[in-house]
Design a protein around this ligand. Structure first.
Ligand code: SF4
Length: 187
């Protein structure tokens, strides 16, 4: 229990380096979370409802956050090519540059300099804890395709390619590394 308490305390204190009240570098922490998510989201998750799922808020609140980011020139809102009834939220080049000022970068920089084996163990341990929490709370978290039950690898003559069996769409290898709010973990 002692180690578990220390881990929780360290997680809380590390979150304190990027969660804050008011504005930092021109955005609230919610706006930073939204911009960061949309920069890492796959094409099925760049929508106001996916953003709402990720932030754990309502679609109206997510749309308001997207509107603030769009006003600052960090996002565009256009009709989705995947679903004409939906809006696609895309980070602009200005938004990508703005992410250089992301307050979470300081923590990421410290994770990057860990040994690869330690980084991988940390990632896997946090993912496992989150999965158990999902089961207990009957929710699911946002994650990448490689951990998802809908990912299928097909082989073609010139190498393999991937398919999302939920959306029935092909996925490039790079897309499988992006965040998806429709993710369902493998059992
Ligand atoms: S395979 Fe899963 S995570 Fe990937 S796009 Fe499909 S639903 Fe989303």
């Amino acid at each position: 229990m002692k180690v578990a308490n220390e881990v929780i305390e360290l997680l809380v204190q590390s979150a304190g380096t990027w969660l804050f009240e008011g504005h930092r570098s021109g955005l609230t922490d919610r706006e930073w979370m939204a911009l960061r998510f949309l920069a890492r989201a796959n094409r099925f998750s760049k929508t106001p409802s996916a953003l709402a799922t990720y932030l754990g808020t309502t679609r109206t609140s997510a749309s308001q956050i997207a509107a603030v980011l769009a006003e600052k020139g960090l996002l565009t809102r256009k009709a989705s090519t995947e679903d004409k009834r939906s809006i696609a939220l895309s980070v602009t080049p200005q938004g990508t540059k703005f992410l250089d000022r992301d307050p979470i970068s300081a923590l990421r920089d410290q994770v990057v300099i860990l040994e690869l084996a330690d980084r991988t163990r940390l990632r896997d341990a946090l993912r496992q804890a989150l999965r158990r929490l999902d089961t207990a709370l009957r929710r699911h978290h946002t994650d990448v395709c490689s951990e998802c039950m809908f990912l299928a690898e097909r082989s073609k003559q010139k190498g393999s390619h991937f398919e999302c069996r939920l959306f029935r769409k092909e996925l490039a290898l790079k897309e499988t590394e992006l965040l998806c709010t429709h993710f369902e973990r493998r059992t």
